[in-house]
Write a protein that binds this ligand. Structure first.
Ligand SMILES: Nc1ncnc2c1ncn2[C@@H]1O[C@H](COP(=O)(O)OP(=O)(O)O)[C@@H](O)[C@H]1O
Ligand SMILES: O=P(O)(O)OC[C@H]1O[C@](O)(COP(=O)(O)O)[C@@H](O)[C@@H]1O
Ligand SMILES: [Mg+2]
Length: 484
């Protein structure tokens, strides 16, 4: 392939409908690159592992629930160390950047990239880019060594800093070229991965031997294809503390109502899983499931019923839920953050006011409502144990991929296997909760809340839905094109 040709789609077909959505390789546009034996071969820790190297033909199926005659479908290249590498250890000059909102586990990914490069591949030149994309051209860099990053996984946030906006492809690639960087590790969400795509395209256009690797980050879990994003488990766990507090407050007073807002601007994964985990939640409201307040089958009617039955209740609401119900006065209009994400008014505050107002003025019922917004507290903590392991494996997979000469890919977990996914598959859609799937039904049956949908609407939305892609047990998420 020539520099500048369509570099995104590398499809390999096989028998019985097998399709490999492969990732680019530096040799696609730089012919005759020298190769080296993988230094892991000589590493005492790994040299004894049988079949440590991944077979070149190993791929991972996206769809694992199949029928006898189903086509084999889309596959991704399996992540892991290769026999041959395309970088000499001394030659590698890597950099790491973190962009977008915070997420538990960011520091663990940074740490394990640095340690993986150093301990597995003997790479000693790793730069940290300060403050997100704009740090490439407007800020200082930091030298990263295993010693510098040794303890950072114990802290929340990102030791490199982050930012929204400030993306400038040419200035970033100029900086990469000027500094002699040849491996770029980019940790961030959907916006960041779109930026990574542009950087990769420009690097390819210039014919540079630079591997561009993404590590998907999003607390909202809205990145498609991958099983789940790092930090999600931690967020769900931490959300329990807020839900517990809301529950304790609510059950301590007569007609006590606890409202907890959780993150999720376009999707309700955190709210849904936090609700399922807690069992103290009476109603979970997410962006994917429209609801209404007044009249038969509405939220107010349900609240009244629950208060009469139990004397208290807890509502969990995702930040993007019910936005269409907010009055124009409350809407933020076209206001966007620096990255172009629409700014959302506080739906938790809005719903709390509406509930209080309705019961005080329409129903003349005394209730005590406590609103808890733990969103930034949840986002700012370090990753929990399972997320830390996940972050470690994601980072190590990313390093193995770059050393093996792959580029323009995101390191991600698909059906429990680490894979290399082409950027375009990560950025083309957003993952959403599918409310006609079994997981949402499980939630509805556990809270016994109204679905806010008549049977007719359910049948219609069932018809419209594409078959769901996998999440955890292969259900309950949907790729959506709506984007920002
Ligand atoms: N379409 C895009 N093309 C290039 N860069 C983008 C794009 N969207 C966002 N970015 C850049 O990616 C970075 C992070 O994006 P943002 O949407 O804030 O967070 P996230 O990556 O977590 O979704 C910002 O620096 C932003 O300028
Ligand atoms: O106040 P900020 O930093 O702009 O972040 C708010 C947004 O960040 C998030 O936590 C995650 O968004 P990103 O994945 O785009 O960074 C959203 O849930 C939330 O709406
Ligand atoms: Mg985003």
């Amino acid at each position: 392939m020539e520099p500048g040709s369509n570099s995104q789609m590398k499809l390999v077909t096989g028998d019985a409908g097998y399709l490999l959505e492969d990732v680019p390789h530096l040799t696609d546009y730089i012919p005759d690159m020298p190769t080296y034996p993988n230094p892991l071969r000589f590493n005492p820790a790994y040299s004894v592992v049988k079949q440590y190297f991944v077979d070149m033909d190993d791929t991972v199926a996206q769809k694992i629930v199949v029928h006898k005659d189903s086509p084999r479908g889309i596959h991704f290249r399996r992540a892991g160390p290769r026999q041959k590498v395309y970088f000499n250890s001394d030659e590698v000059h890597a950099c790491i950047v973190t962009c977008g909102g915070l997420c538990p586990g960011l520091n663990t990914v940074i740490r394990e990239l640095v340690c993986g490069l150093s301990y597995m591949y003997g790479v000693n030149k790793v730069l940290g880019i300060d403050g997100g994309y704009r740090g490439f051209y407007a800020k200082n860099t930091v030298t990263l060594t295993p010693k510098v990053v040794n303890d950072i996984h114990k802290r929340g946030g990102t030791s490199l800093g982050t930012s929204r906006g400030g993306f400038d492809t040419c200035k970033i690639v100029d900086s990469i070229q000027d500094r002699g960087i040849n491996q770029v590790y980019i940790i961030g969400g959907d916006g960041t991965q779109k930026g990574a795509t542009a950087i990769y395209e420009e690097i390819r256009q210039r014919g540079l031997k630079v591997a561009v690797v993404g590590i998907p980050k999003t607390i909202d879990n809205d990145i498609p294809v991958i099983d789940k994003s790092f930090g999600f488990d931690t967020a769900v766990e931490e959300a329990q503390r807020a839900i517990n507090a809301a529950h304790v407050e609510a059950e301590s007073t007569e007609n006590g109502v606890g409202v907890v807002k959780l993150m999720g601007r376009h999707c309700g994964f955190i709210a849904m899983y936090a609700t399922l985990a807690s069992r103290d939640v009476d109603c979970c409201l997410i962006p994917e499931s429209p609801f209404y307040l007044e009249g038969e089958g509405g939220l107010f009617e349900f609240i009244e019923k629950r208060l009469k039955e139990n004397g208290h209740m807890v509502i969990v609401i995702a930040e993007g839920a019910g936005q269409e119900l907010l009055s124009e006065r409350m809407q933020s209009g076209d206001q966007k953050d620096e990255s172009g994400n629409k700014l959302l008014p506080d739906v938790g505050l809005w719903i709390s006011h509406r509930i209080k107002d309705h019961f005080a003025n329409q129903r003349k019922m005394l209730l005590t409502l406590k609103y808890i917004d733990p969103t930034y507290m949840i986002r700012a903590i370090p990753g929990n144990a399972s997320d830390n392991v996940y972050c470690t494996l994601l980072a190590q997979s990313a390093v193995h991929g770059a050393m093996a000469g792959y580029t323009g890919f995101t390191s991600g977990l698909v059906n429990g296997r680490h894979t290399y996914i082409p950027f375009n598959r990560i950025t083309e859609k957003q993952k959403k909760v599918v409310i006609t799937d079994r997981m949402w039904a499980r939630l509805l049956s556990s809270t016994n809340q109204p679905s806010f949908l008549g049977p007719k609407v359910v049948v219609e939305s069932k018809k419209e839905d594409e078959p769901p892609t996998d999440l955890f047990d292969g259900e309950n998420c949907k790729d959506d094109q709506s984007g920002k």
